[in-house]
Design a protein around this ligand. Structure first.
Ligand SMILES: Nc1ncnc2c1ncn2[C@@H]1O[C@H](COP(=O)(O)OP(=O)(O)O)[C@@H](O)[C@H]1O
Ligand SMILES: Nc1ccn([C@@H]2O[C@H](COP(=O)(O)O)[C@@H](O)[C@H]2O)c(=O)n1
Ligand SMILES: [Mg+2]
Length: 552
């Protein structure tokens, strides 16, 4: 049996075009609190749900309904694209069309695909229920050309932050509606919809364009269904009877579908707030999660994969570490600095300058410095310009060259790695900061009585430096807190410490930020939680062992 992701790329676009083979091997951790009963009420996980117990957040289910060809799929794709850094899956109601029996198939022109009975709603309910409970599901793949499901293939849908359920009748059944946290109705003019449907169905769904144009045509076969007749006999009445009446359940109505960028932006903003994936960033303003992109997600996907080769693990970890380090450096203080660019330093500008021409953006500089600047830039002065320059007095200023107003790096800084996995981040820091000093802290458990030994080798003048503390995984936060405590004892102000890591557990963030509210954390992803063994879930295993190859 094949498991196919994105078998029909348009309708099943989810923003995550995962390989089916990878999906098959994926193990989705099932939350221990998981229940097999379907939720009957709308439920959006509250902050309390997410912070006080360790149960993962329930996915946010969005229903998107509207008439055929109103732009439902298009709107969903736009939302998915814009949500960008969230895990989003699209489930199409179309996937749950019942396959036609042989008899029904022979008389396909009499079959009403727009009636609620055309869908296997029980199966749809089970599927969304499982996803809401944190289980992955296999969704059927429907073939519009053959009017039946592909019996051998399924599309595997994994648990996500957001599940978008889209289809003409997703608001019809109350049980399906109750599973939704937000309902959107795409409202597009009927004529526009008909025109789009004709175009789409002839291009993509194997319908006969002539039969569309010949309104009176009554010749059908299994392949070519008359669009015009189907539309008049089933699609339009069903729209009036079932789709339009369900519009009243919508929380948001989007006129003009995908053309309505304002509405889509507002929905995306609302979702970002509701999802609150980075709630912790709101609670602790000093927590910074680097802006996620599909590149970053891709790197995380690779390094978290237990099957990745050591070489690739190191390669992609290094790439991510470099990004985190660069981002962390961006949080250091800076001073303003102006430089003269080579642009605009042509001799004719000097003539212009000395003859009083003063183009905007030219450097204002004392005459005594002009010759030095020209020498520095390897520009010769001819006799006439020297003569002209020498006619200026020392106190005169002239305009010369273009100026870039920038910033100067903070020079008083150092790195401190928490041995051993923190050492994996040292090279990236050295590559970004020429000649940077890097100290080390080793926290070693001594026996089982909770006693810990701390070894350190730190720059002597560390109290005068800003410190980039390095550890790829923030789990419980205990070692991090010990290391930070030590730095503070050495005289480093708390606000001069930036803690860099690749992934953080919420528990670790709470632990560190509560104790050290002035310290900054820069991370590339915040994971779900810690498990009973205090390991980050989903996490990436023992980073140090995987990076240094000691995990065999
Ligand atoms: N705003 C738009 N402008 C032009 N064409 C559009 C627009 N929105 C959708 N379409 C096209 O109309 C057809 C139907 O859109 P689709 O999103 O598939 O609708 P639905 O999922 O509601 O049936 C598709 O061929 C799509 O490319
Ligand atoms: N075999 C089928 C099944 C369904 N239809 C039509 O699809 C429409 C729903 O899909 P949208 O993307 O337009 O929402 C519905 O109106 C059915 O008439 C079909 O033509 N053939
Ligand atoms: Mg569609």
């Amino acid at each position: 049996m094949d498991f196919v992701m994105e078998a029909s790329s348009k309708a099943h676009f989810s923003g995550l075009r995962l390989e089916s083979s990878a999906l098959n091997s994926l193990q989705i951790p099932s939350p221990s609190s998981q229940s097999s009963t379907l939720p009957s009420e709308n439920h959006i996980a509250s902050d309390d749900d997410n912070n006080n117990n360790n149960s993962p957040r329930q996915p946010f289910v969005i229903g998107v309904s509207g008439g055929t060809a109103s732009g439902k799929t298009t709107v969903c794709d736009m939302i998915i694209q814009q949500l960008h850094d969230h895990r989003v899956v699209l489930v199409n109601q179309d996937s749950f069309y019942r396959g036609l029996t042989v008899e029904e198939a022979k008389r396909v022109h009499e079959y009403n695909f727009d009636h609620p009975d055309a869908f296997d709603t029980e199966q749809l309910l089970e599927c969304i229920g499982k996803l809401k409970c944190g289980q992955s599901v296999q969704v059927p793949i429907y073939d519009f050309k053959k009017h039946r499901r592909c019996s051998e293939s399924f599309r595997q849908v994994n648990v996500s932050d957001v599940i978008i359920l889209e289809g003409i009748l997703v608001f019809h059944d109350q049980r399906v509606r109750n599973m939704m946290s937000m309902k959107i109705f795409v409202d597009t003019d009927a004529d526009v919809r008909l025109a789009r449907r004709i175009r789409r169905d002839t291009l993509e769904r194997g319908r006969d364009v002539n039969s569309v144009l010949e309104q009176a045509s009554h010749t059908f076969d299994i392949k070519f269904v008359s669009l015009s007749l189907q539309y008049a006999k089933f699609v339009k009445p069903a729209f009036d009877d079932f789709v339009l009446p369900s519009k009243k359940y919508a929380d948001v109505i989007i006129p003009r579908g995908g053309d309505n960028h304002v509405a889509i932006d507002l929905i995306v903003q609302h979702l970002r707030t509701k999802l609150g994936l980075h709630d912790l960033c709101k609670i602790y303003p000093n927590v910074n999660v680097i802006q996620s992109t599909f590149q970053i997600r891709g790197m995380h996907t690779l390094i978290r994969d237990s099957e990745i080769s050591k070489h690739d693990f190191v390669f992609y970890s290094d790439r991510l570490i470099r990004l985190v380090v660069e981002h962390g450096l961006g949080h250091l203080p800076f001073t303003e600095k102006q430089v003269v660019t080579p642009t605009g330093m042509l001799r004719k500008h000097i003539y212009h300058c000395v003859f009083g021409y003063s183009p905007i953006g030219m450097l204002v500089c004392p005459i005594e410095k002009v010759e030095n600047i020209l020498k520095y830039l390897n520009l010769d002065l001819d006799n006439s310009s020297i003569e002209t320059l020498s006619s200026f007095s020392d106190s005169d200023t002239i305009l010369l060259g273009s100026v870039y107003t920038g910033v100067d790096f903070c020079k008083k800084l150092c790195g401190v790695s928490i041995v051993r996995s923190g050492e994996s981040m040292e090279n990236a820091l050295r590559a970004c900061c020429k000649g940077i000093k890097i100290g080390k802290i080793l926290i070693h458990r001594d026996g089982d009585n909770g006693k810990q030994l701390i070894y350190e080798k730190l720059p002597k003048d560390i109290s005068e430096r800003h410190v980039l503390l390095l550890d790829p995984v923030l789990a419980t936060g205990n070692s991090a807190n010990q290391a930070i405590e030590l730095l503070i004892q050495k005289g480093v102000p708390e606000s001069h410490i930036i803690f860099l890591n690749l992934i953080s557990a919420p528990e670790g963030i709470h632990c560190v930020c509560k104790r050290f509210p002035y310290l900054k954390i820069v991370t590339s992803e915040i994971d779900v939680a810690l498990n009973e063994e205090f390991r980050v879930i989903p996490g990436m295993g023992e980073f140090g062992d995987r990076y240094f190859g000691t995990d065999d």
